[in-house]
Design a protein around this ligand. Structure first.
Ligand SMILES: Cc1cc2nc3c(=O)[nH]c(=O)nc-3n(C[C@H](O)[C@H](O)[C@H](O)COP(=O)(O)OP(=O)(O)OC[C@H]3O[C@@H](n4cnc5c(N)ncnc54)[C@H](O)[C@@H]3O)c2cc1C
Length: 440
């Protein structure tokens, strides 16, 4: 049986970067390509399906920030930041953009830091760039090759895909998470890691929409609450995130909802009954809002309460105002001068905690990413090598991290892939030079 030097399962962002880094590292050591085999096994007919659909086909490829800022903005859990630090310092957004630029894919940052390809280029061009980098580096890719089992045999790994068995000196698992299973990422790597003795944190939703038990009224679908405080509460616990919230036909989406969805799913999973609210005046506390209301009432008592809400800077969208009025039990034609103290308090309480519904589900399969995966404490963050099985490496979303929206997830997949590829190459090259060269 042919022994492959580095076998990579999964041809997504992490797997492709692992292959690129592995070859570059081997070439740096002056190892001829023919003496050092790198093979990717990929279930699909093409690599990088998630890159192709990323950013709505535009591909938010990374986030323009130095590694520490990128970590702070993109990964809210301290343990994940600590784990990813080495990878992002070793291969950060600058290194990624330089690699793409060498392939003719120029990218630019938007004012919010999200980086996209420019010059009319899209996600498919980013993907083609990676495909040519792999081809230039003599990496073989076996497509339509679904790995079904991975076994450690002595010093090597036996990897089964259908009738075929591949034997390798080093193995990189880069099979992704479990969301959007039609892209090929179905959690197979979680199973392989578990069978190899690794703890795997159960997959859970992240960057997912939130479905509510009562669907929002049809006329609100498509309406956005700008820069609101989105709040979820269950079992006496409360979590919140600042940003835009979008009403959909089945519940809620938009940046604040996607960002908080991981915590909403945890609360919902633990307590069941999880209530959602929005602070529609997130920049003003209740006293400041009350003062604004009272002073407008003194100045212009004939003004309708609903007009006051409508004309407030950074206030709720017009479509929501009838619902606010109904919730606070205030009639639509009430003037500010007629607003009794109890109505005023009801109004203030409603806008500061406007009910958005009760969680019905946070669908794992619809998340841009999934949380959970191979436990970070069992992986060396400097090399991505398993602390349990030597020469086994992990990269990408298969690991137990989940980033925010903004290019952080692709960057983490590229960075961990790069580290895994480089470290596996160094380890295998050292071993090949100590022992015999690889057999074909
Ligand atoms: C709709 C959508 C939009 C997104 N947009 C963005 C964005 O704009 N910016 C951003 O940063 N992130 C975005 N993401 C997230 C980002 O795409 C992923 O986090 C990233 O692609 C993960 O890379 P990966 O290589 O770890 O896994 P994947 O890209 O999931 O790759 C894993 C690969 O392994 C293969 N595989 C799995 N099991 C097997 C097996 N048994 N045998 C062989 N092959 C197997 C799969 O077919 C797949 O090709 C988006 C995600 C989605 C779903």
């Amino acid at each position: 049986m042919r022994i492959i030097d580095i076998l990579i399962v999964g041809g997504g962002a992490a797997g492709m970067l692992a292959a690129i880094a592995a070859r570059d590292s081997a070439r740096k050591r002056k190892i001829p390509d023919k003496d050092f085999s790198i093979v990717i096994l990929e279930r699909n007919r093409l690599p990088g399906e998630k890159i192709r659909i990323s950013g709505g086909g535009r591909c938010n490829v990374t986030h323009a920030a130095k590694p520490d800022e990128l970590l702070a903005k993109g990964f809210l859990k301290k343990g994940e930041q600590r784990f990813l630090r080495h990878a992002l310092h070793a291969f950060g957004s600058d290194a990624l953009l330089a690699l793409l630029a060498r392939q003719g894919v120029r990218c630019e940052a938007r004012p919010d830091g999200k980086v996209f390809p420019v010059d009319g280029l899209a996600a498919s061009d980013v993907l083609h760039a990676f495909e040519s980098m792999i081809a230039d580096r003599a990496v073989s890719v076996e497509y339509v090759c679904t790995v079904s089992s991975v076994v450690r045999t002595g010093d090597s790994f036996d990897v089964k895909a259908g009738e075929r068995t591949f034997r390798s000196a080093a193995l990189v698992l880069a099979t992704g998470g479990v969301s959007y299973p039609s892209t090929g990422s179905r959690g197979d790597g979680h199973l392989f890691a578990r069978r190899l003795g690794h703890a795997v944190v159960r997959a859970s939703p992240a960057l997912a929409p939130v479905l509510t038990r009562d669907k929002p009224p049809a006329e609100l679908a498509g309406v956005s609450l700008r820069s609101t405080e989105f709040i979820a509460s269950a079992g006496g616990k409360q979590v919140s995130r600042r940003g835009d919230v979008l009403f959909t036909h089945r519940g809620l989406s938009g940046p604040a909802v996607l960002s908080l969805s991981r915590e909403v799913a945890e609360l919902f999973g633990t307590y069941g009954n999880c209530l959602l609210f929005a602070d529609l005046f997130a920049d003003l506390d209740q006293d400041a809002l009350q003062n604004a209301l009272l002073s407008e009432s003194r100045r212009n008592g004939a003004k309708l309460v609903r007009k006051f809400l409508q004309h407030c800077p950074a206030g709720p969208p017009a479509a929501l105002i009838p619902y606010i009025m109904r919730n606070a039990e205030i009639s639509a034609d009430l003037q500010l001068s007629g607003l009794a103290r109890c109505n005023r308090i009801a109004l203030l309480q409603t806008v500061k905690r406007f009910p958005l519904g009760t969680v019905k589900a946070v669908p794992l399969e619809h998340g841009e990413v999934s949380a959970g995966g191979v436990s970070l404490i069992e992986v060396n963050p400097k090399t991505m090598e398993s602390r349990i099985v030597p020469a086994l490496f992990f990269a990408g979303e298969l690991l137990d991290y989940a980033g925010e929206i903004g290019g952080f997830n692709l960057q983490a997949a590229f960075s961990t892939g790069w580290l895994a590829g480089k470290a596996s190459s160094e380890k295998t090259a050292d071993r090949s030079s100590e022992n015999s060269p690889c057999v074909s």
